[in-house]
Design a protein around this ligand. Structure first.
Ligand code: UD1
Ligand code: CA
Length: 480
């Protein structure tokens, strides 16, 4: 059997009224990506020659969201007159010799292997309908079979009598058919039914009448064909997607302390023996090397973490690279453009932005290091701040290898601390510090003998009297 070229038609013209949203339904996110992106991914896995997306209301926003994606043909269905009408809008974009697969922009969990089974059943000359057997078939079109058990027609619930409504096998909506035949059938659809719509489902009876075999392929896991109409269903599908993702990771050798408390909103590439604690959210593209451990309640967005590194609890890392054996957190914030080399240590309440930190260097407590190049084996003391912004421009701080920055230092950029230099604690460094030496800027320490603390049982002291250094403004407070 030679396979025909495949054209996928994705129906996405629904307004999604029940979402109660200004955003088109297919742009609502599942696992961090628009619903439609999931459907397109499944479609692409089949290697189609063409993907036609039928959009309606809010179509510009949908098109804009996928502007970067090649190979999509967009068609507008100006009036929402039913699934048959929607497919009719797409068919001018499809070649007669193709096999057509109809998917739905709001049915995001369908798997490529299920669709392949459907396409195989259709084989290029036949029609195949994806069905599901449900305990509660309410709302769906019912699969009506003849005495021989062959699919005879699909009846929408609103058009069904009690006996038909009792059928538990339902139409998922997903269907495959030869393009030329489909074009003919869709062109002859009427709208004499309870909803006054052009039903795509009516092509089944037309095919049967013409002696074209129609296969019903039952989906193994009905969850795959669940659609999103409101946010309750969206939330349910999110859980299903997350469970699927978590189980796939567990099987692939990743430890998830609790698969129900792990969120993947993008893709995770991982090495061996990766451990992820509860409440971790991974977004975008995350790569975790062998033996990486991520502590509870961390958020990692577009991050690469090399082997053996550890991310401690409550850490947020975005668009950064973490080197082998590094340790980041707890409570660290690593902002875009940061690169931490091997064995670096970033501790609590440290914020890094666009910082390149060399091997073995430590920034352990309460610091801000931004727009900085930090060499190897540097120690940055608590409370160090790179003053990188002058209100108009950003400036760079360079700290060379083996430098030691005393606590509570401000490095007013642009500034360079030379190799092996030591900066005394509490310094404000505005000029380059030479290599090797000690540089500090500090007011000399003074002690005033005889000074007494104010007491409540004494009248307030007058300014300028006592041990002060000169007149002070009225209303100021005493020392201490
Ligand atoms: C449809 C099927 C029904 C099936 C059910 C599965 C028909 C006539 N009925 O019913 O047998 O059990 O799906 O969920 O096909 N759409 C458009 N343009 C339109 C109408 C619909 O793009 O003019 C899109 C919607 O955005 C949605 C999909 O088609 O993604 C299905 O439309 P919907 O109205 O939900 O179909 P149902 O009436 O539920
Ligand atoms: Ca409908």
């Amino acid at each position: 059997m030679s396979r025909k070229p495949l054209s996928v038609v994705v129906l996405a013209a629904g307004q999604g009224k029940r979402m109660r949203s200004d955003r088109p339904k297919v742009l609502h996110a599942l696992a961090g990506r628009p619903l439609l992106a999931h459907v397109l991914e499944a479609a692409r896995a089949l290697g189609p020659g063409r993907i036609v997306v039928v959009h309606g209301h809010g179509g510009e926003a949908v098109r804009a969201a996928f502007a970067g994606e090649p190979g999509l043909t967009w068609v507008e269905q100006a009036e929402r007159l039913g699934t048959g009408h929607a497919v009719a809008q797409a068919l001018p974009e499809v070649q007669d010799g193709d096999q057509v697969l109809v998917l739905y922009g709001d049915v995001p969990l369908v798997r490529p292997q299920t669709l392949r089974r459907l396409l195989d059943a259709a084989g290029g000359e036949r029609v195949a309908v994806l069905t599901a057997c449900l305990d509660d078939p309410t709302g769906y079109g019912r699969i009506v079979r003849d005495e021989a058990g062959q699919l005879a027609r699909i009846v929408e619930e609103k058009d069904a009598d009690a006996a038909t409504r009792a059928i538990r096998e339902v139409n998922t909506g997903i269907l495959a058919a030869p393009a030329a035949r489909l074009r003919g059938w869709v062109g002859r659809l009427g709208r004499d039914n309870a909803q006054g719509e052009y039903y795509l489902t009516d092509v089944v009876a037309m095919a049967v009448a013409e002696g074209v075999p129609v296969a019903a392929v039952c989906v193994e896991d009905p969850d795959e064909t669940l659609g999103v109409n409101d946010r309750v269903q969206l939330a349910r599908l999110e859980r299903l997607w997350q469970r699927r993702a978590a189980e796939a990771l567990l099987r692939a050798g990743v430890t998830l302390r609790d698969p129900a408390r792990f969120e993947l909103r993008g893709t995770l590439e991982h090495g061996r023996d990766v451990e992820i604690d509860v409440g971790v959210v991974l977004e975008g593209t995350v790569r975790l090397g062998d033996g990486v451990r991520v502590g509870p309640y961390c958020v990692l967005r577009d991050v690469t973490v090399a082997e053996g590194a550890e991310i401690l609890p409550f850490t947020l890392i975005e668009s950064a690279e973490i080197g082998p054996g590094a340790r980041v957190g707890p409570y660290a914030r690593v902002r875009p453009g940061t690169r931490l080399a091997a064995r670096t240590r970033i501790g609590n309440f440290v914020e890094l932005k666009n910082a390149d930190v060399g091997e073995g260097s430590k920034i352990n407590h309460l610091s801000y290091v931004g727009d900085a190049l930090v060499g190897r084996e540097v120690n940055i003391g608590a409370g160090t701040i790179t003053c990188n912004y002058d209100g108009a421009h950003k400036h760079r701080t360079v700290i060379e290898d083996e430098a030691f920055i005393g606590s509570d230092t401000q490095l007013v950029a642009p500034v360079t601390v030379g190799k092996g230099a030591t900066i005394g604690a509490g310094s404000t460094i505005t000029r380059d510090a030479p290599p090797g030496g000690l540089t500090l800027s500090r007011a000399p320490q003074v002690t005033r003998p005889g000074w007494k603390r104010p007491r409540k049982d004494e009248p307030p002291r007058r300014r300028g009297g006592g041990a002060g250094t000169g007149p002070k403004p009225r209303g100021g407070r005493g020392e201490g």
